[in-house]
Design a protein around this ligand. Structure first.
Ligand code: BV8
Ligand code: ZN
Length: 234
């Protein structure tokens, strides 16, 4: 893909870009997240019903992410950002920190981040790498209310949607990597891009659910396609 100097690249990533780092995708494990149905662990209802189970789940996700390393696809995107500077924007559905560990700076986690927690009442998020795997769950130092993962659960509004739409509105190319197109509003970004008439490309080993919405589909693992894919032309 040739990108010219005036091009602005909007990149959307999903669980597939972290698959080759050993982190389970949602679909890859048959809709189960490490044996848990999403409804049991990634919804406000699940949190109200069993916060201990939810914290055990996210503590396990924190361990997995800490043990994982960024792969060549994460690194390739950080390299492209170096060349494009503020004409590059990375929106990820992933809650792991592999993009940052690969060097990505202009990145937004629309579904939250694993290594942040927040008080359910004060609502201020703070860095937190702890594991909570006992009934003694964390409480807020200010108001003693429960502390929850700073994650967007199903039925909750993704973070900073206004800025995402702003970036989509000024992009000239949309590149989507490793997402099945099953979860909204992220799965609808390509439709917004098409309405604006900008170029849309998908990278992944299998066709996503919204495959027909893309101009180009590159059926390849991200680590094989991304490092050589983008050619910057003056
Ligand atoms: C909202 C954090 C209102 C948690 C997540 C009916 C119709 C339409 C929508 C809905 C509906 N009913 C309900 C909804 C809304 C709901 C939704 O979309 N539900 C789905 C299931 C139907 N959405 C919401 O609730 C969202 N909120 O809508 O608020 C609103 C709307 C607009 C504007 C403002 C407000 C909130 C959703 C966020 C939930 N939280 N994550 C956590 O991670 O613990 S979603 C979570 O699941 C991920 O973040 C990601 O988004 C999704 C998983 O999808 P993928 O990342 O795509 O992963 P998947 O496993 O599915 O696919 C992996 C892909 O990788 C595959 O395609 C595979 O081929 C590919 N791959 C594999 N190996 C590789 C690879 N690719 C490249 N290289 C490889 N090596
Ligand atoms: Zn508080």
């Amino acid at each position: 893909m040739r990108l010219a100097l005036q091009d602005r690249l909007f990149v959307l990533t999903g669980a597939g870009i972290s698959a080759e780092s050993g982190l389970a995708t949602f679909r890859g494990s048959g809709g189960l997240w490490n044996g848990h149905r999403v409804e049991e662990v990634a919804t406000p209802e699940a949190w109200d019903a069993d916060p201990e189970l939810v914290w055990r789940f996210y503590s396990m996700r924190r361990r997995d992410a800490l043990a994982a390393q960024p792969n060549a696809a994460h690194t390739a995107l950080a390299r492209i950002e170096e060349k494009l500077g503020d004409r590059f924007y990375l929106c990820t559905q992933n809650v792991d920190d592999l993009h940052e560990r690969a060097g990505s700076l202009r990145i937004h986690h629309m579904h939250g981040t694993l290594f942040q927690s927040r008080c359910v009442r004060c609502n201020k998020s703070f860095p937190d790498q702890s594991f909570y795997e006992t009934p003694d769950l964390p409480t807020c130092k200010t108001c003693a209310s429960p502390i929850r993962p700073h994650i967007v659960w199903f039925g909750e509004i993704p973070l900073d949607m206004d800025n995402i739409y702003r970036e989509l509105d000024c992009a000239t190319t949309l590149l989507v990597v490793g997402t099945s197109g099953s979860v909204y509003p992220a799965a609808g970004f390509v439709d917004i891009a098409n309405r604006r008439g900008i170029r849309t490309i998908y990278i992944g080993p299998e066709e996503p659910l919204n495959t027909h919405a893309f101009d180009d589909i590159i059926l390849s693992p991200a680590t094989q396609a991304l490092p050589t894919m983008i050619e910057l032309v003056p």
